[in-house]
Design a protein around this ligand. Structure first.
Ligand SMILES: C[S@@+](CC[C@H](N)C(=O)[O-])C[C@H]1O[C@@H](n2cnc3c(N)ncnc32)[C@H](O)[C@@H]1O
Length: 265
């Protein structure tokens, strides 16, 4: 499901129906592209699109109003927005670069589906997770870095890792100007030993990639707070501290805060 800007809508799981006599092909026979297409009745789709539009306007206005308290951070926020206007991140292209990146990580195209966490949502959750001066927050799969602005607001050192170079190159300079680092890289290989907080909006990841990411999260130090969007970490050693129902452009979503508590050797 896509919003008017082309973003994905979690929770909309209705696929196009197969009306003919022949049975539908098994799921594994579908291409990634087909799996991204959903079909809803016209009025239902219209209602969803309107909902997304209203949420987007409310979120943008709230983010902008909040940033009046931190005018220094308004610039990178507007730079990310402007980059979106000029070149939408919501329509992934199978460019040579993207295919090469996927070969390196062993992921599928659909795992690159883009979606952003609103600034106000990130600010609230990070505050609840204890982010503040002295914290070091890493966003795994950072997109164009909007979340990092919230962590910076709270005084944390912030770093984002994003697989798609095109996302990074469009915004890295204005982010760097306010002390935010956004780099091209594979989050499954990222060094996490010094992080106090890790954030990942991992909704689009396959179960296999999630399992690999959880193994990577095991390289965090004990006590590291890990924030995930939509689904919690279901693995030993990750203790759920809190859950929050938060606003995203596509609706209300659950955000989970965990603490990494590995069993002592
Ligand atoms: C849903 S977006 C989240 C963006 C941002 N964290 C936010 O919440 O606003 C997920 C991002 O993860 C990136 N991604 C997927 N696999 C990755 C990998 N192995 N390494 C780094 N980034 C990855 C995608 O390209 C996409 O930009």
């Amino acid at each position: 499901m896509r919003d008017p800007a082309g973003a994905w809508w979690p929770g909309s799981h209705q696929h196009a129906g197969h009306q003919g006599l022949s049975p539908p092909p098994p799921p594994e026979a579908k291409r990634d592209d087909e799996l991204e297409e959903f079909d809803l009745p016209f009025f239902q789709r219209l209602a969803l699109q309107l909902q997304v539009l209203v949420f987007s306007i409310v979120i943008r206005l709230t983010d902008l109003l909040l940033l009046l308290w931190r005018p220094r951070l308004l610039r990178p926020y507007l730079a990310i927005w402007w980059a979106e206007v000029r070149h939408t991140p919501y329509r992934a292209r199978r460019s040579f670069e993207v295919i090469r990146a996927l070969k390196t990580t062993g992921q599928r195209f659909r795992e690159l589906i883009y979606g952003e966490t609103p600034l106000m949502t990130a600010l609230y959750v990070f505050k609840r997770a204890g982010v503040g001066p002295g914290s070091r927050l890493v966003d795994l799969g950072a997109g164009r870095g909007r979340v990092l602005i919230a962590a910076r607001w709270l005084g944390a050192e912030t770093r984002g890792v994003e697989l798609i170079a095109d996302h990074v190159t469009r915004v890295e300079a204005p982010l760097r100007a306010v002390g935010i680092t956004l780099t091209v890289g594979d989050m499954l290989q990222t060094e996490l030993g010094d992080a106090t907080h890790v954030f990942t909006n991992w909704l689009a990841l396959s179960p296999e990639t999630k399992a690999r990411l959880i193994e990577r999260l095991r390289t965090c130090g004990p006590g590291t707070r890990i924030v995930t969007v939509t689904r919690p970490i279901e693995a030993e050693g990750f203790v759920r501290r809190s859950r929050h129902l938060m606003l995203f452009t596509w609706g209300i979503e659950t955000v989970w805060v965990h603490e990494y508590q590995p069993a002592s050797p």
